[in-house]
Design a protein around this ligand. Structure first.
Ligand code: 13P
Length: 245
């Protein structure tokens, strides 16, 4: 199974989102065997879900709180994501870790909360440039995945997103992606067991474009892409969906 997920981050108005969805649906119908997702900002979830869910495109939140409700001003809960039509939720995106202090301990709670509310967690992991330069890439990925020892197995997608490749136009080279994805698979096998690991797709993210995606899809253990910048253009995103099919 291949997966292509658009992470819109903090972009698009309701008018732009509606135009994007109509344009995308006019360009592509996801092939069976390809999962297509869109992660809009919270304010656009219901709108986007209403436009694309019936066409088989899955909607993801970009984050959620682990508690179901309560006095957490500015936060959104897992059941609220469900209510807005979400299928899943991005967890641990590097921008959340970097700018909002998201910790592995909090992420373990969020993964369990997502399962409790029948949402698919898309767990994002990746090393910074300083960590790669210090030879710590695999240790960092291992640490970020160690939350699975606590959560145990469950429905899960993982995205490998080297921080230095996000929004920089500098995607990771094929050998770097191959090494990271093979390591992630080995860690998933170790934490979840081979059978539970086998159904977890590992996506690559970081400056994915229609120019770079075919080569990435040819790398073992790359099951698709988590796409930022190129996912804001329906033409480019539709092209990525076609390439994955
Ligand atoms: P870019 O595709 O803009 O590099 O962003 C990647 C990303 O962060 C997706 O979650």
């Amino acid at each position: 199974m291949r997966c292509v997920v658009a992470n819109w981050k903090m972009n698009l108005s309701s008018v732009e989102a509606k135009a994007f969805c109509e344009d995308l649906l006019g360009r592509c119908a996801p092939e069976s065997g390809t999962e297509v997702g869109i992660a809009p900002p919270f304010t656009l979830l219901s709108l986007v879900s209403g436009l694309v869910s019936a066409k088989g495109i899955k909607v993801f939140g970009q984050n959620a709180h682990a508690e179901a409700k309560g006095a957490f001003t500015g936060e959104v809960s897992m059941p609220q994501l469900r209510d807005a039509g979400c299928f899943g939720v991005l967890l641990g995106h590097s921008e959340r870790r970097q700018f909002f202090g998201e910790t592995d301990a909090a992420l373990a709670k969020k993964v369990k909360a997502a399962w409790q509310w029948d949402l698919l967690p898309l767990l994002c992991i990746g090393e910074s440039l300083a960590q790669r330069d210090a030879g710590q890439t695999l240790a960092v990925l291992g640490q970020q995945l160690s939350i699975l020892a606590e959560t145990g197995p469950g429905p899960l997608w993982v995205a490998y997103e080297p921080v230095w490749a996000i929004g920089t136009g500098r995607r990771a080279e094929a050998p770097q992606v191959r090494e990271a994805h093979a390591f992630i698979r080995a860690e998933l096998n170790r934490h979840l067991g081979a059978a539970a690991s086998a159904i977890v797709p590992i996506l690559y993210g970081g400056s994915v474009t229609p120019e770079s995606f075919p080569e990435l899809l040819g790398i073992p253990e790359v099951a698709g892409g988590l796409v930022g910048g190129a996912s804001l253009d329906p033409k480019k995103f539709a092209e990525l969906v076609k390439q994955a099919g």
